[in-house]
Write a protein that binds this ligand. Structure first.
Ligand SMILES: Cc1cc2nc3c(=O)[nH]c(=O)nc-3n(C[C@H](O)[C@H](O)[C@H](O)COP(=O)(O)OP(=O)(O)OC[C@H]3O[C@@H](n4cnc5c(N)ncnc54)[C@H](O)[C@@H]3O)c2cc1C
Length: 382
């Protein structure tokens, strides 16, 4: 571990590592230190469903994800690691009038942004997944370019790439405090010692409020447990990831044949606990069998949980915070931070290296909550 660094990144999840890698690639920063409290895939980045999509309701997210999807596609070649990238599309189903209207408006936005997304009736949706029972489905949207990946190689690929460019990454090194004098940061204190630094990135995911508080900054994020499971492998039969915005159900088939899926639960606990529950399995199984009845015979092999990192308006917090110089935030990515990390890491690295700000850093700045400028994004699963 370094004794002094030009930048310390707290959190070795996909956000921290992609930012570290992109900064090192720019070559404008000296010593970069990433500190991870546990092992590299211990947070949400090692526990997610690997869904990567461009179907969003806001043009901002569509445009960001167009770039991020392209970065995901070329990741395997750049990092020389198999990502199990599978471009089978995403099929969104609407079961209420409100969701049908949301899909209609979102498809229009996506088409304006140059995506080939189609709005479908239930009959045409079944062409993509003949096994679907579409009773009660009012509309669907489909984009063949959306994809699923296996998340771990992205975490490992960024970590190896960053290390090769000189970044120091220390696991099992929890940050306990941040020393600050007036507006300026002076050091990060860990369980293994102190690192002098004047610049810190808070990439601690669902624990980002704790880390921000160490520097005297309050974030409005809250953790929310999100559960997920994988079945025994089946022969390939499911093309797209299927998602229901109304009930928060989603499932896809991985390249290894497993069905990987979950369901949102508003009554789930606001906690960073990664415990699994029988309640989840019952709710997921019921919802899944309603959409594909024959899946009732399939065995679940593994179930696990991770934390969504929720903000009050379901949009992230990115960039500087007013009372502290060079204390950069990259948190609040709920159920879609994995897919956004490639593009967000690139943008944040450029912002840190050059000081230049784009409209996104204003839009997603922490101060919007104090100013009452809340944002909206309707196409959030779970
Ligand atoms: C079940 C589930 C399914 C999901 N599905 C998808 C999906 O299909 N597609 C998608 O794009 N996104 C999905 N997500 C969301 C996605 O996983 C997250 O948005 C993303 O991984 C967040 O990355 P992160 O780096 O911000 O956080 P994390 O991966 O949680 O990393 C933060 C790291 O900070 C470390 N840390 C915390 N406190 C400290 C400290 N004091 N000192 C040092 N280190 C610290 C933690 O140990 C952790 O490793 C899902 C999430 C879950 C839980």
């Amino acid at each position: 571990m370094l004794e002094a660094a030009d930048l310390v990144i707290v959190g070795g999840g996909i956000m921290g590592l992609s930012t570290a890698y992109q900064l090192a690639k720019l070559g404008r920063f000296g010593r970069i230190q990433v500190l991870e409290a546990s092992y590299l895939c211990s947070g949400a980045s090692g526990r997610n469903g690997g869904g990567v999509r461009t179907q969003w309701s806001s043009a901002t997210n569509v445009d960001l994800m167009k770039e991020s999807l392209a970065l995901c596609r070329q990741f395997a070649r750049e990092h020389r690691i198999n990502t199990w990238f599978r471009q089978g599309g995403y099929l969104f189903l609407a079961r209420s009038e409100a969701t049908r209207a949301l899909l209609e408006a979102s498809v229009e936005t996506q088409q304006r942004c140059g995506l080939p997304t189609e709005l479908l009736d239930a009959h045409r949706a079944r062409r993509h997944v003949p096994e679907l029972c579409l009773d009660g489905v009012l509309a669907a949207s489909y984009n063949a370019e959306d994809a699923v990946v296996f998340p771990w190689p992205f975490v490992w690929g960024y970590a190896e790439g960053a290390r090769a460019l000189g970044v120091h990454i220390d696991t099992f090194t929890r940050v306990l405090g941040i020393e600050r004098r007036g507006r300026h940061l002076e050091a990060v204190v860990t369980e293994r010692g102190r690192i002098a630094t004047s610049a810190v990135v808070n990439a601690a995911g669902a624990q980002s409020p704790e880390v921000a508080r160490m520097a005297g900054v309050e974030l409005p994020n809250r953790p929310h447990r999100h559960e997920i499971c994988a079945t025994e492998p089946l022969k390939p039969w499911l093309g797209p990831l299927v998602a229901e915005l109304d009930g928060g159900l989603y499932f896809s088939q991985s390249s290894r044949g497993e069905l990987v899926g979950g369901i949102g639960d508003e009554r789930g606990p606001d906690t960073t606990s990664q415990a699994s529950s029988a309640r989840f399995l019952a709710r997921y199984a019921r919802a899944l069998c309603r959409v594909v009845p024959r899946l009732g015979a399939v065995k679940v092999l593994r179930q696990w949980a991770g934390s969504y990192d929720l903000t009050p308006d379901h949009n992230p917090i990115l960039g500087s915070v007013d009372p502290v110089t060079d204390f950069f935030q990259v948190s609040g990515f709920m159920g879609h931070g994995f897919m956004m990390a490639p593009v967000i890491g690139r943008l944040l690295a450029e912002h840190i290296a050059t000081g230049r700000s784009t409209e996104l850093f204003e839009r997603w700045n922490l101060r919007r909550f104090a100013e009452g400028r809340l944002l909206s994004e309707g196409m959030i699963i779970g």
